[in-house]
Design a protein around this ligand. Structure first.
Ligand code: RAM
Length: 349
């Protein structure tokens, strides 16, 4: 993907906004921008149910949601587990219902296992937004970080460019049930058809836990000594693999790592040459967009229907897209961004 100065400026300035939002404990958005949504209700409570409460990516996203909702005088409660399973998210949904919350923002650890609980939440009148990782149930809006097919295809294209479009490759993913990674992998497989000499030999799952990611990575390396490339579409997987390759540099003679990472975690490995390029979006902005979306739904200012528009102060106006390719009504934050040695140090998320 070509780097565009405009995009760099936008991402970097939103990184600056991130500093303000996070650095000031959530008071970063101005009242002028908040007043852009005069009809929104204030003083509501929302439950945030991330994949888990320990992944730094999820924490950044939740920080963005909380910052956005604070500008409206709303409160957030984060309630999830420490492992990426649907079972660890169900208590959070039940707690939101019990607390008569106005809405839920959830990153699905599983496409369908959460649906019975979410149906109860919908019946109790809660607005439901999924962000980062979708769920397959009706009656919710998905806030997508970027077009799903583009995330998958661009990761394959990045790796193909680096390894000359040939050799054995593997995927180091997150939880085996994660909706987002599985959708991206589906599009990776389609894109691989363009590269007949690149062969996907294995997909392994580190459950978005550093220790488990390291174990499956080591298994991969011993099972496939001729592996030329690894795509890790998870910030936990790619940072774990980068750390391992950094201390086993002889592997770099034949092995290339790419995927989706946080620039703050990957900077060291890009600057020292362990990783050449990887992708992501701004997770804080994804959270801010999800926060304004759930506030609008809970205030009744928009419906979950294609063409409905809402303002996300500081980010712009967004339009709900029609259901397509297995995804229900959704909103897309923007294109993924490629980080390299030339730009990785500019970002602080
Ligand atoms: C991990 C999580 C998250 C994903 C990022 C790229 O932190 O799995 O869901 O969006 O990676």
């Amino acid at each position: 993907m070509k780097l565009k100065n405009r995009t760099i400026t936008a991402l970097a300035s939103s990184a600056l906004a991130t500093t303000l939002v996070i650095g000031l404990g959530g008071f970063g958005l101005t009242s002028a921008s908040a007043s852009a949504s005069p009809k929104l209700k204030h003083g509501q409570t929302f439950y945030l149910i991330p994949k888990d409460t320990v992944n730094p990516y999820e924490t950044l996203e939740d920080g963005g949601i909380t910052a956005a909702l604070k500008t409206l005088g709303d409160k957030t409660v984060v309630n999830s587990g420490t492992t990426d399973t649907a079972a660890s998210q169900i208590p959070g949904i039940q707690a939101a219902i019990q607390a008569h919350a106005a809405g839920i923002v959830i990153a699905g650890n599983d496409p369908s296992a959460l649906c019975p609980s979410l149906a109860q939440a919908h019946a109790a009148g809660l607005a439901i937004v999924s962000a980062d990782s979708d769920i397959s149930c009706p009656n919710h809006l998905f806030i997508n970080q970027a077009v799903t097919s583009t995330i998958g295809s661009s990761e394959v294209d990045l790796l193909a460019k680096e390894i000359g479009g040939s050799g054995q490759i593997a995927i180091l993913s997150a939880a085996a049930t994660a909706t987002n990674q599985n959708s991206w992998i589906k599009y990776m497989k389609l894109e691989l058809k363009k590269y007949p000499k690149m062969k996907l030999v294995a997909t392994v799952y580190g459950n978005d836990q550093p220790a488990a990611s390291l174990t499956v990575l080591q298994g991969l390396l011993s099972a496939y000594p001729n592996l030329r490339g690894i795509i890790s579409p998870t910030t936990v997987g790619i940072s774990t693999a980068a750390q391992y390759l950094d201390t086993h540099k002889s592997l770099l003679k034949h092995l290339t790592l790419t995927g989706l990472g946080l620039p703050s975690q990957m900077k060291k490995y890009v600057l020292d040459g362990t990783v050449k390029s990887f992708e992501l979006w701004n997770p804080v902005n994804l959270g801010r967009l999800a926060g304004f979306a759930v506030a609008n739904l809970a205030s009744g200012t928009i419906k979950i229907a294609a063409g409905q528009k809402f303002n996300a102060p500081g980010l712009g106006e967004y339009t709900i897209l029609p259901a397509a390719a297995g995804t229900g009504p959704s909103v897309v934050l923007g294109p993924p961004f490629v980080f390299t040695k030339a730009n990785v140090a500019k970002f602080n998320f």
